[in-house]
Design a protein around this ligand. Structure first.
Ligand code: SAM
Length: 297
């Protein structure tokens, strides 16, 4: 049986030949528990207690709330979350880590460890009585964008999400129109959620240290859409406009809307997509939806 000693600081060990391991606990016999971080799963484990505290303070979990953690890894966030809430589900793709979490928290009736790829998981399966879920995760950077879109498809069952992501991705999510970072991710996320960048985290707070900086973002799904557009038409138009980012809208939207039609919504057809705000895209999308519906008759 494994016994995890809480308070054990994660240690990085470099073996001859460059192999990296992390030590993250002790067995009942006092042997170090080691794990070789898997790059393909984006494994950079948080070890900085001040960052853990800051994340916990931002989430501020309440006893009765239902939390879901994506990618618990060696449990840096799981442990303190578990002590503050009565219902926590964790989804971990790595079989070794999931097995260890099951043993380590075997006495915790309020924790459910699921070994699965989160991209194949439906959040509704976790709900007990239609409660809104709070989602948390220090996310694997390699799947962060598809994962965000996967979660947003299920946003009706989400209260809020707190994620550690690559800083550049957080900057793109929260970007303002006209800035370099503003793009499809900013529009789709801000259309569906309120997005708030909370704080940045240095790469030294992880073992092994990633090559990029990180930041924590809070995403709160909007109960009512700010712009009541047809979502499919909106997605199509935004996707098309940014698929040729360097082109003007008149060129990027060829076959979708004519320059005259674009101008009729108050958007300049000679502008580039990154200068158009969400309201502008909503007007373009309404016109495109109307045109498509007329053609279908
Ligand atoms: N939460 C831990 C921490 O803060 O130290 C680990 C964070 S690490 C950046 C990302 C974690 O997500 C790893 O444990 C990894 O195995 C897991 N992971 C990667 N891809 C996943 C997927 N598709 N589904 C579920 N978990 C995944």
């Amino acid at each position: 049986m494994l016994l995890f000693l809480s308070g054990f600081s994660t240690v990085e060990i470099r073996k001859p030949g460059g192999m990296v391991f992390v030590e993250y606990g002790l067995s009942d016999r006092g042997h170090a528990l080691t794990h070789r971080p898997r790059k393909r799963f984006g494994q950079n484990f948080l070890h900085d207690p001040s960052v853990v505290s800051e994340i916990l303070a931002a989430i501020d979990p309440k006893r009765h709330e239902h939390l879901v953690e994506i990618g618990p890894g060696t449990g840096a966030l799981t442990d303190p979350l578990l002590s503050r809430c009565d219902c926590l589900d964790v989804i971990e793709i790595d079989r070794d880590l999931a097995a260890h979490l099951k043993i380590r928290f075997s006495v915790s009736a309020n924790l459910n460890v699921v070994c699965a790829d989160v991209l194949n998981v439906r959040l509704t399966d976790f709900r007990k009585c239609n409660e809104a879920l709070r989602i948390i995760g220090n996310l694997p950077y390699n799947i962060s964008t598809p994962l965000l879109f996967h979660l947003l498809e299920q946003q009706s069952c989400i209260q809020d999400m707190h994620f550690m992501l690559q800083k550049e991705v957080v900057d793109r999510i929260c970007a303002e129109p006209g800035s370099k970072a503003f793009g499809r991710l900013s529009i789709m996320l801000q259309f569906l959620c309120e997005a708030e960048k909370l704080f940045e985290v240095s790469s030294n707070s992880f073992r092994p240290a990633p090559k990029v900086s990180s930041a924590v973002v809070r995403l709160t799904p909007r109960s009512f859409p700010e712009y009541p557009v047809d979502v499919d038409a909106f997605k199509t138009l935004v996707g098309q406009a940014f698929s040729r980012r360097r082109k003007t809208l008149r060129n990027a939207l060829k076959g979708y809307l004519s320059p005259e039609e674009i101008a009729s919504t108050g958007v300049n057809p000679s502008a580039r997509a990154e200068t158009v705000d969400i309201a502008g895209f909503a007007r373009l999308s309404d016109l495109y939806f109307e045109k498509k519906s007329r053609c279908a008759c």
